[in-house]
Design a protein around this ligand. Sequence first.
Ligand code: DOR
Length: 436
Amino acid sequence: MMREDSAPTELVIRQAHILDPGSGLDGVMDVRLSSGRISEVGEGLHGPRELDAEGLHLFPGFVDVHAHWRTPGREDEEDIESGSAAAAAGGFTGVVMMPNTDPVVDRPVMVSGLVRRVERESRVRARVSAALHVGLAGERLTEMRLLKEAGAFCVSDDGLGTASAGVLRNGMLYAHSAGLPVFLHCEDHTLATGVVHDGVAASLAGLPGSPASAEDAATATALILAAETGAKVHITHVSTALSAALVGFFKERADVTADTTPHHLTLTDDLVSTLEGLYRVNPPLRPDGDRGGVEAALREGILDFVATDHAPHASEEKELPMEEAAPGFLGHETAFAALYTDLVLTGRLSLTRLVETMSCAPGEWVGEGGSLRIGAPADLTLVDLSEEWTVGRETLISRSSNSPYLGRTLTGRVVGTIVGGEPVHDRTGARFGVRA
Ligand code: DOR
């Protein structure tokens, strides 16, 4: 983690509206951060260094379990420095990095190398996912015990579904014995042969579609195997109402958690009519019925949390017709604002539930962060819920600019992010300064 020599060992943040559903905090209070941890929450706190945060909301730092920082291999699109700066700008204090890089992170030496680079180059806490299969090829399992020793947090072939149920079952058994969670992108490639969701919008646009069953069949298989093997399984980017319902059915029958993305919660396949490759993503944007089903599942706790699937791509891979474009959206910097604008301000999701799904629940899944209880790491996010801002290439800190929200005016902006008591993103300075 980047350290600044001038970083305060103690900081009192005064008069923010603190909201931490996990600790039952909801009101205007002060918080003291000492030696990288939360040391006191209360009223009338003072210290040698104070930040006046009146009018701002303070949440436990957001945690994003699904990030593609493109290191190694595509540092022209993102790297640990730029990815972690984008994460910090979005209020994220922790992420999990996906292994679909070039080369794939499938050997212990690559994991230990990345862990060391993260320590030096990342502004936020970043965990490394290793591949489930060598080369993500869905054939040979990786050496999971050695990968874990090298520092891998979980295993995943994200970006690709798993070709065969038999191979996936073995992978779950091995990961379970190695003590590693399996992080799954559920897509059956024999069904997912198109480039957008197979629905009315695809037909009108004349584009080849992938049916919802491509995700649903793979999700059902994964859940059945999770129940049978006992593996700890996380299903990422759930995008259909049926897959969400399947997760609900298996919640009590398997050690399973699931997330969905800000884009599947706020955008639909209407965008297919633009024919623009910018809007291509896997799994594809779905019709509003699926979007609503996923939203309801998140509201009800069937889906555990939100993860962005932050997937930077160079403009020459995105400014193309839909059929030729690379799938994926930037996610870190717009996640909170998109969800706050489209779900909270419209009354469809409470702010409390949004914080649970961006901070508490993913923090619990990674085992650190997502809480403002006394003694917890001082990882927190300061947000101005009234600030309106327009997403533009010039506002984005990521090295890429493939945001599906480009041009959208959103409400709610992260103004400060603190990791281990140290500021890693700071837009408060201009307005408040830190009184030393
Ligand atoms: O759209 C996507 N892009 N979905 C994924 O699962 C992977 C990601 C990427 O790596 O670009």
